[in-house]
Ligand binder design. Structure first.
Ligand code: ZN
Length: 282
């Protein structure tokens, strides 16, 4: 796959180079089935496992980019967003003249399903709070990140996806056609991870934040507000996007000026003048 520069205001658009450059914009209208990963579909053309790349784009402040891919599945790489972040950093950004358009939350939008919860609230910048409560050996973890603080690349992007070894079928399914393996996921045994040390003691909840940021990218614009998620997953994340977009009184499109270095990064695009971010598909 390749990342190419895109015009201001065009958002994140996937392009299937194996299907006459058929384009699927990353927005709520094109969300397909969601189980262990998030997929997009338009006119029966599918793009699967979009969340890690979308997360890297939002986390790095890339608003406008064309994602060329020659098959239906994005590369899983090491199960995190770090390889995407490194590739984007390598080619750099280009600041665009138009101000960034954000989706500014005006009043709370909440989705609850049993003990799962996700809510979006008004607030400055883009903050995410996440609580998980999984069976042992993960247990309860919580974390909070402010995306304006330029912490995404070091604190969130390296966190890998995970699965329980006892649940082989789920590992096979985890949204990946090829299935999960020790190279692209943390494999959990009864006593902890079976494939090496964790990158963070709370890597699991950090990965959930990574997924959430990627799924909320499907709002079509960067969120301006505070997101709180408890025991959620892709289905809850995308349900929240759908509810938010439907409730037209809950948000407005705002134009954000460049202030800090982080905000400046936000208005940038992948810079095709320097080179294209190329990522080897597996
Ligand atoms: Zn994930």
């Amino acid at each position: 796959m390749r990342l190419l520069p895109a015009a201001a205001g065009s958002g994140i658009v996937f392009r299937r180079t194996d299907l006459d450059n058929f384009e699927i914009p990353a927005n709520g209208r094109n969300v397909a089935k969601v189980s262990y990963a998030t997929s997009l579909m338009r006119q029966s053309v599918l793009i699967s496992t979009t969340e890690h790349l979308l997360s890297a784009c939002i986390g790095m402040g890339v608003d406008n980019v064309i994602v060329e891919i020659d098959n239906l599945e994005l590369p899983i790489l090491d199960g995190s967003a770090l390889p995407y972040v490194e590739a984007i950093r390598e080619v750099g950004f280009r600041e665009q003249r138009r101000r960034r358009e954000t989706l500014r939350v005006l009043h709370p939008v909440e989705v609850r399903e049993g003990d799962k919860f996700i809510g979006v609230y008004p607030g400055q910048g883009y903050r995410v709070s996440y609580t998980i409560d999984f069976p042992a050996p993960i247990g309860r973890q919580e974390t909070c990140i402010d995306l304006a603080a330029e912490t995404y690349g070091t604190e969130i992007a390296p966190a890998r996806t995970f699965g329980y070894k006892a649940d082989e079928r789920k590992l096979r399914d985890m949204g990946l056609i090829r299935g999960a393996s020790a190279e692209n996921a943390i494999i959990l045994g009864t006593n902890g991870p079976e494939n090496g040390p964790l990158r963070f003691p709370d890597e699991y909840v950090r990965h959930k934040v990574l997924d959430l940021i990627g799924d909320l990218a499907l709002a079509g614009r960067r969120i301006e507000g505070h997101v709180v998620a408890v025991r959620a997953g892709h289905a809850m994340h995308t349900a929240c996007v759908a509810r938010l977009l439907k409730d037209r009184s809950a948000w407005e499109l705002a134009h954000v000026p460049v202030e800090s270095a982080a905000a400046a990064e936000a208005q940038h695009q992948a810079n095709g003048g320097v080179g294209e971010a190329a990522l080897a598909g597996a």
